[in-house]
Design a protein around this ligand. Structure first.
Ligand code: HEM
Length: 394
């Protein structure tokens, strides 16, 4: 008797889907490569080729109404289309080229050494609290030029703002209020800092952002929104890359041994982690010109979810995609997106993850789970909320 499967009822926000979305992705790819989520009223693309094409189709699939479920158009380049996006990206691009980012190497490596020192002192530690969560925000704060005394405040605002990425219920007023609170507080704070840097530039990123350049100039409001974007786009994502990667390594001792013997594989392990367990599972677009895909013309006004996390596990594109294979080196994964919005901070994220992982593989002989890890519950940003590990020094 043929086995009939229940019709797909994929809901990216359901708790059990968030806990393990991967079986759903396989079913979407096989049974409904263009899936209609009727209740929540959006379309879903999950195959590698479709997600890649969708990410590059900025003329038809717009980011200007926001990239999360709630339509949240904010004046940041992540949520802009050309020509506004082009202008802003051109101005800031030069601060994020590989050579610009390499100027932050010693800062990042120093922070990674400090974190691993503390982890080794404790021996058993929650890797999220010890390194994955504090490191990215410290890096952004230091790069921007936020004074150290203000870091805890800075972090609190950032957390409040990022929370909104999980919102699907427009009636969740409390959460929305916390986001607005965070944004307003950060805006007041940054206004003073920007004024100081205009008067006395000191070479930090904020000083550079407020200086006019050949490519154009940012006004105060643009400097603020860009700083906010760095927080929103760069912190929890990098935290999740580190958490997901360390989770995989701690539960696969052979992999740890391989990296200890071959530290030159550290960059490959990072790319494979971005593919295998992507920190951003998917972002939305709004259709602005009828978009043909999978034999259907998706009409203007509709929304489409591009599942980067599914594309990165598409067996049509990657052989044995469920397996974490360090030698795979997937240069074409969609963990950083693709097209005009390709992650601006990709080099910085790689630098941070590599600094931590190199330090750990040099100094830690065994990395083992020390209790049950806890996954985060954010449907868009996939990562670990808690990752208790025991470290045995080399
Ligand atoms: C592992 C960590 C990270 C991941 C997985 C990640 C992922 C992504 C993805 C998928 C996009 C494309 C969004 C879209 O197509 O709508 C993006 C855009 C962006 N990311 Fe990242 N990101 C990471 C770290 C960072 C860091 C550290 C920064 C900066 C400090 C950053 C800054 C940005 C910015 C500014 C954009 C918007 C670019 C644009 O609209 O042109 N990201 N990121």
């Amino acid at each position: 008797m043929p086995v009939t499967q229940a019709p797909l009822s994929y809901d990216p926000f359901a708790a059990d889907t968030v806990a393990d979305p991967y079986p759903w992705y396989r079913r979407l790819q096989d049974e409904a490569p263009l899936f209609r989520q009727e209740a929540l009223r959006f379309w879903v693309l999950s195959r590698y080729d479709d997600v890649l094409a969708g990410a590059r189709a900025h003329g038809s699939l717009s980011s200007a109404e926001g990239v999360i479920y709630i339509r949240q158009p904010l004046p940041m380049m992540l949520t802009m289309d050309p020509p506004d996006h082009t202008r802003l990206r051109r101005i800031v691009a030069r601060d994020f080229t590989p050579s610009a980012v390499s100027a932050w190497r010693s800062l990042v490596e120093g922070l990674a050494v400090d974190a691993v020192d503390r982890m080794l002192q404790e021996r058993t530690t929650d890797a999220v609290q010890a390194v994955a969560s504090p490191l990215p925000i410290l890096v952004i704060a230091r790069i921007l030029g936020v004074p150290p005394d203000d870091y805890p405040q800075f972090r609190d605002w950032s957390d409040k703002i990022v929370e909104s990425l999980a919102v699907i219920d427009p009636a969740d007023v409390e959460r929305a209020n916390r986001t607005v609170e965070g944004i307003l507080a950060l805006q007041r704070y940054m206004a003073t800092l920007v004024e100081e840097r205009r008067r006395t530039p000191n070479g930090d990123l904020l000083s550079r952002l407020v200086q006019p350049r050949d490519e154009g100039a940012l006004d105060d409001s643009e400097v603020f929104w860009f700083s906010l974007l760095l927080l929103v786009a760069g912190n929890e994502t990098t935290t999740n890359l580190l958490g997901n990667l360390l989770h995989t390594l701690a539960s696969t001792p052979a992999l740890w041994d391989e990296l200890r013997m071959r530290p030159d594989l550290v960059p490959a392990a990072i790319e494979e982690s971005l593919r295998h367990d992507s920190p951003i599972q998917g972002f939305f677009r709004t259709v602005v010109a009828p978009y043909p895909v999978q034999g259907v013309e998706v009409p203007a006004g509709d929304r489409v979810l591009l599942l980067f996390g599914a594309a990165n596990r598409d067996p049509r594109h990657y052989d044995d995609p469920e397996r974490f294979r360090v030698e795979r080196h997937p240069a074409d994964h969609l963990g950083f997106g693709s097209g005009i919005h390709l992650c601006l901070g990709a080099q910085l994220a790689r630098l941070e993850a590599a600094a931590v992982l190199r330090e750990l593989v040099q100094r830690v002989r065994r990395l083992e789970p020390a209790g049950d890890p806890v996954r985060g519950t954010n449907p868009i940003l996939r990562g670990m909320a808690k990752l208790p590990l025991t470290l045995t020094p080399a």
